[in-house]
Design a protein around this ligand. Structure first.
Ligand code: ADP
Length: 464
């Protein structure tokens, strides 16, 4: 939409614009000249205009809808190409090149079909307007000519020839107008798609009079929070408290809503029911950006940008020096591998960080969070995508990062959160249980106990 549709609007709307100003004036002038020559003949020609207008509108009626379909499909085609290229290794590994290729061919064939349909419709309008023009000219020639020959006309022969020549001249502006109208339909369809993007609503907007949250000092409290992305309830009346300076863990079966809680914390979404309090006042009283300024996030997938390692850590925060960046990298256990990289801190990491290992990417994400020095740290399964060896280095980096902070850790591996001050057990969007590791392990019928023993057995199996 950002490139193709904008180009389409530029090509159609802006080029049609001058036609809409120029050609009607030309047409009017020609008609005045024709009227001066012969009122009778000119009224006869004017009768034909609504008829041809009706037929042309038949062709262009569906043009906007078709244009939209073609643009949408073009976007889909592009996403297939993008997927095929980024997933090229998996396609090869599963010998699925033909599947991917056929998917592309099918999509491309359909794209060709609907584009052809659109072009046919669009191009029909112009020859048709020409055809009606010629048809009218023939009728004038027959009707007017017979009048002249019978000497019944107000025109003599030479004036009639002049009339016919003048009439033939109105075909050009009429044709330009009809193709501008059809082009305009395409542009309007693209314009709609661009406006849809520009008008897309933001999930969270600051209310008028929202203030800046000061630095975190007491607690974040979830009070009977209800939340759903679409229809299905994900968080179902949840009440939790995160106190300043403590370490919290969210555990429970997958799909229970742990990541959703970690997205409600930085106010990426507002809950539909209940409220979240920041140091005793509702989240809505504060601007989202000032709440986020208190938080650092490290997620499961390290989000890196195609830039140097240095810029990925600094991330536009120009108040920090090179020294700060290096210190952050040291805390994140990243300094050494960065120095070994081709150009040290200036090494470009490639698209989405393809040139780095999973553990290295994660340590750069951690260095980025260290640099922010946030009061509240949110870790969403930050080590779950890593192998055991890099998990260890990354976990060390995370432990460094969590020191003297409030941290909220979404954990899959329970061994990493054993020393949390409070562990919340979440299932189906409700709080099932809470307590320290030792407290929760006492309840042999509890979910935590069964998860912990299951994981312990698994790791014993692996070791033996
Ligand atoms: P957990 O972290 O405990 O595995 P999540 O919070 O990721 O659970 O997901 C809880 C539920 O919310 C899942 O059923 C998931 O499909 C759904 N979900 C997560 N993110 C979205 C989203 N952006 N839009 C719609 N549903 C979502």
């Amino acid at each position: 939409r950002l490139t193709n549709d904008v180009g389409e609007v530029e090509n159609t709307i802006s080029s049609s614009f001058s036609v809409f100003f120029k050609e009607p004036i030309t047409l009017i002038i020609y008609f005045i000249a024709l009227l001066l020559l012969s009122v009778k003949l000119t009224i006869f020609t004017l009768l034909i205009i609504p008829i041809s207008g009706f037929v042309i509108s038949f062709f262009i009626k569906k043009l906007k809808k078709d244009s939209k379909e073609v643009s949408n499909y073009y976007g889909y085609l592009m996403s297939i190409i993008d997927d095929s290229l980024t997933g090229i290794k998996i396609s090869k590994a599963f010998n699925a090149e033909n599947y991917i290729l056929n998917k592309f061919i099918d999509t491309n064939n359909h794209f060709t079909k609907i584009t052809r349909k659109l072009v046919l419709r669009r191009e029909m309008a112009s020859p048709f307007s020409e055809f009606t023009g010629v048809l009218v000219a023939s009728f004038i020639l027959l009707y007017g000519g017979s009048l002249v020959l019978k000497n019944e006309s107000e025109l003599d022969a030479s004036q009639f020839v002049a009339y016919i020549i003048l009439f033939s001249q109105i075909l050009r502006p009429a044709k330009a107008l009809s193709s501008a109208i059809t082009g305009m339909q395409r542009g309007l369809a693209s314009g709609d798609r661009i406006l849809e993007l520009l008008d897309a609503s933001v999930e969270v907007t600051d209310k008028i009079g929202a203030t800046q949250a000061s630095s975190f000092s007491k607690s974040i409290i979830f009070k009977d929070v209800h939340f759903s992305y679409t229809k299905k309830k994900i968080i179902n009346g949840l009440s939790l408290e995160f106190e300043y300076g403590k370490m919290y863990a969210l555990v429970g079966p997958s799909g229970g809503g742990k990541s959703t809680i970690s997205e409600l914390l930085p106010r990426f979404y507002d809950p539909q029911g209940g409220e979240i309090l920041f140091d005793g006042k509702p989240y809505e009283d504060y601007t989202a950006s000032s709440l986020r300024a208190n938080m650092g996030i490290v997620s499961q997938e390290s989000i890196l940008f195609n830039d140097s390692i240095y810029n990925n850590i600094l991330f536009g925060r120009s108040q920090f020096t090179k020294n700060d960046v290096e210190n952050a990298a040291k805390i994140a256990n990243a300094h050494e591998f960065i120095l070994k990289a081709e150009n040290g801190y200036d090494t470009h990491i490639g698209d989405r960080g393809v040139k780095l290992s999973g553990g290295q990417k994660q340590r750069i994400s951690i260095a980025r969070a260290v640099l922010a020095n946030p009061a509240i740290l949110i870790l969403d399964e930050a080590t779950s995508a890593l192998d055991t060896e890099s998990e260890k280095v990354v976990q060390e980096a995370l432990d460094n990062l969590m020191k003297n902070r409030t941290s909220i850790v979404v954990a899959h591996r329970l061994s990493t959160i054993r020393n949390a001050d409070v562990i919340f057990v979440i299932k189906d969007g409700i709080l099932l249980d809470k307590g320290t590791h030792d407290e929760l392990m006492k309840n042999k019928n509890g979910l935590y106990y069964s998860l912990a023993t299951m994981q312990e057995n698994n790791s014993n199996l692996k070791e033996s």
